[in-house]
Design a protein around this ligand. Structure first.
Ligand code: NAP
Length: 307
């Protein structure tokens, strides 16, 4: 019998990571999660067959690793973006990614593949322009954070290790993630346009994202930046309307842009009120098939709607 292939996962205890780890085990990988707190992680992820480690040092240099999936990062919606928090955003992503890349370089045999998270924020703010992986970027705080994160994931990768930087959009899942914050107002009929509502939101259902990560692990022809978004981004006001329709509630109350900025600060200015119209050109060209290409179907599959 052949040994299961080993994967190291960071951020495995998070919203996306938990769904991913379950799926990786089902696919027959052996999973080790790098976490800040192994005891808490084993409770958050009570799955037989996962190992938890708190430091790369304990892994040594002579293990045989098939790949690494890097999802860790201080959540961007964890409070106002003051200077301390901005340091945490960077350290938790860029320092950790640098550490992973140098650990991979020290291994006797380098892993075959490194899938590292980034975000559609890499593109910066655009109006209606359709953006694929060959598009240019604009400037902004989130853009610089993503650009530096991707550079850390690309530069210095050991020879023979295929690197994919996954530019993730707004992830829709049943427990956690951005949708959780939207559900209560939407259920009360209060979800409406934010600011002008014309900004594009590029989204992806969490099961599709996890299937895409598994696809990137196995698909040796894909390398470099890959958009982790569904093929049909929508304007925020249409997102609110479709969510309202799925919940059987009107999307009535607009949130003026200045109020969002006042309450949420730069998070609103950078993420909620401006967006990008991103399409997953590389994934589609490589033959990846989305189970949820349309927002209505993705939301219906995600939200527990009483019938
Ligand atoms: N969810 C989305 O819609 C979305 C969209 C675009 C990009 N992304 C990116 O995709 C990645 C995964 O997203 P997610 O929603 O699953 O994130 P999440 O639920 O916030 O989980 C991220 C994980 O990162 C680790 N982490 C958190 N703060 C940290 C810190 N200060 N230092 C080191 N590690 C820290 C935690 O693992 P431990 O506690 O086990 O250490 C946590 O479980 C993130 O990097 C995020 O920026 C997510």
């Amino acid at each position: 019998m052949t040994e299961p292939r080993r994967l190291l996962v960071t951020g495995g205890t998070g919203f996306i990571g938990k769904v991913l780890c379950r799926s990786l085990l089902q696919c027959g990988y052996r999973v080790t999660v790098l976490t800040r707190n192994a005891a808490a992680a084993s409770q958050a992820l009570p799955l037989p067959g996962i190992d938890f480690v708190e430091s790369l040092d304990v892994l040594g240099a002579n293990g045989l690793w098939f790949g690494v999936v890097n999802l860790a990062g201080q959540p961007l919606d964890s409070g106002r973006w003051n200077s301390d928090r901005k340091v945490e955003f960077r350290d938790s992503r860029i320092n950790l990614t640098n550490a992973l890349v140098s650990w991979m370089g020290e291994l006797d045999q380098s892993p075959e593949v490194f899938v590292s998270a980034s975000a559609t924020g890499w593109y910066g703010h655009w109006h209606d322009e359709l953006l694929d992986e060959d598009s240019r970027c604009n400037t902004g705080y989130a853009q610089r954070l993503c650009a530096d994160w991707e550079q850390a994931a690309r530069d210095g990768l050991p020879q023979g290790c295929r690197g994919c930087q996954l530019r993730i959009g707004i992830v829709l899942g049943p427990s956690g993630g951005p949708l959780s914050a939207m559900l209560t107002p939407a259920r009360l009929g209060l979800g409406g346009a934010m600011g002008t509502g014309l900004q594009w939101w590029s989204w992806i259902q969490v099961e599709d994202l996890v299937r895409l990560i598994c696809f990137l692990l196995e698909e040796a022809t894909i390398e470099g930046a890959v958009n982790g978004t569904a093929p049909n981004p929508v304007r925020q006001r249409d997102f609110a309307k479709i969510l309202g329709r799925v919940l059987g509630r009107p999307a009535l109350l607009p949130l003026p842009g200045f109020v969002a900025s006042l309450v949420l600060g730069e998070f609103a200015d950078e993420i909620l009120l401006k967006g990008q119209r991103v399409v997953p050109a590389r994934a589609l060209a490589a033959g990846f098939i989305f189970d949820y290409p349309e927002l209505g179907d993705a939301l219906k599959a995600t939200i527990d709607v009483p019938r």
